[in-house]
Design a protein around this ligand. Structure first.
Ligand code: SAM
Length: 378
């Protein structure tokens, strides 16, 4: 329980802070990955190599405790991970590349539905690129649920927040079905935004219990292929939902996803619309003064869209879920709260209550993606 510097330890933290503390430890490469992270009585027990930087600051804020790895109480929380029986990607690739390149082989690859996504165009992997087709074929041969292999060919970019992919091998289609939190989603990896890294977040949002005004509308301003609204509607089938997105392909798939999840009888409407122009659209009248809950997931631009909120929020207030990119080096959640408050004040809105705020995931070495769930009103 005391601080033992430069020595393996077990660090315990409340489960609810896991999303902050685990990435912080990973960033410093401190997690002893050969051991499992154990959950016990709402706490996580994380084996680490030694004390993290700025430990005392975080210790107080997140009630962290450390145990010497040799102590009696630690033994209960020290469980080695079982070795994977299946051949790892690395072992498979070793079969087709010269042994001097073994050290460059990535440990894993992303899978979205039936599409495997590999990334061999970064500087450190360039020597493996001549083998990319052989690697792709191996992946398909060893993973019967996969249909195609694509390679990332750029960053997420543009107004639709999409990226280019290069076809490698298998079926030539960028559309696939992805399952998340008991729902099914058609996504187009090249033409629509979708990230599986928000699965926990979408589950969390759809489980927030609130008493909504039954005449109110739940609006996902930047809905993509509809993963937020479809998951919330599953929990609250009687409410009215509107999702808007500027990308016609996203809206086309969102509508198909309503059918795919057998929700045609629900009151969900997906609309292809640039939210900046909503004032000139028929949906302006539909939403005016009726919105009881808003999801704003366009972190780089959300703040610009706050100015349109006053016309649409319900006179009794509205629950807002707003995502931002905030600086890691300061307190990202505090920065997120301040920016939100300043921009709401500019349009005569106020925060009535912050229900929760959390770091969702890292966005870049310098920025975190944050979310604030706040009740706002005039
Ligand atoms: C980060 S994605 C979020 C998608 C979805 N919420 C999800 O979790 O998959 C942001 C979305 O905002 C859309 N978008 C960008 N600018 C927009 C605008 N002015 N009006 C409406 N949608 C917009 C993009 O097309 C993209 O689908």
């Amino acid at each position: 329980m005391s601080e033992i510097p430069r020595k393996s330890l077990i660090l315990s933290v409340d489960q609810k802070f896991g999303n902050i503390i685990i990435p912080w430890l990973k960033e410093q490469n401190l997690i002893k990955t050969e051991f499992k992270i154990i959950t016990h009585q709402l706490k996580l027990y994380i084996p680490i190599k030694n004390l993290p930087e700025n430990f005392s600051k975080k210790k107080e804020k997140y009630s962290l405790e450390t145990y010497s790895i040799d102590s009696k109480e630690s033994q209960h929380f020290l469980q080695k991970k079982e070795k994977k029986k299946k051949n790892s990607l690395k072992d498979l690739i070793k079969l087709v590349v010269p042994s001097e390149l073994n050290a460059l082989i990535p440990r894993s690859f992303d899978i979205l539905g039936s599409i495997a996504i590999i990334e061999l165009n970064r500087e450190e992997h360039l020597k493996l690129r001549p083998f990319i087709f052989k690697i792709g074929e191996l992946l398909l041969k060893n993973n019967p649920h996969l249909d195609s292999v694509y390679e990332k060919a750029g960053n997420i970019d543009g107004i639709y927040r999409t990226r280019h992919f290069k076809y490698i091998v298998g079926k030539k289609s960028t559309i696939t079905e992805y399952r998340e939190n008991q729902c099914r989603f058609l996504i187009d990896i090249e033409r629509t935004f979708f990230t599986p890294r928000l699965a926990f977040e979408r589950n969390r949002i759809s489980n927030i219990e609130i008493n909504l005004n039954s005449n109110g509308i739940i609006w996902d301003m930047f809905c993509g292929v509809g993963p937020y609204l479809i998951q919330i509607a599953r929990k609250y089938p009687k409410n009215e939902y509107i999702g808007t997105d500027i990308n016609p392909d996203a809206i086309r798939l969102a509508k198909q996803n309503v059918d795919l999840n057998k929700m045609n009888k629900y009151n969900i409407d997906f609309v292809n619309l640039n939210v900046a122009n909503i004032g000139e659209n028929a949906y302006h009248y539909k939403l005016k003064g009726k919105v009881v809950r808003i999801i704003m997931n366009l972190p780089e631009k959300n703040i610009e869209f706050i100015k349109i909120l006053p016309e649409y929020i319900h006179p009794n207030g509205c629950l807002l879920h707003i995502y931002q990119f905030n600086e890691k080096r300061e307190d990202p959640l505090e920065e997120a709260r301040k920016k939100l408050e300043i921009n709401l004040t500019k349009v005569n809105l106020k925060i009535v209550q912050i229900l929760s705020s959390r770091i969702v995931k890292p966005f870049s070495p310098a920025l975190e993606t944050t979310v604030i769930d706040a009740i706002i009103s005039k």
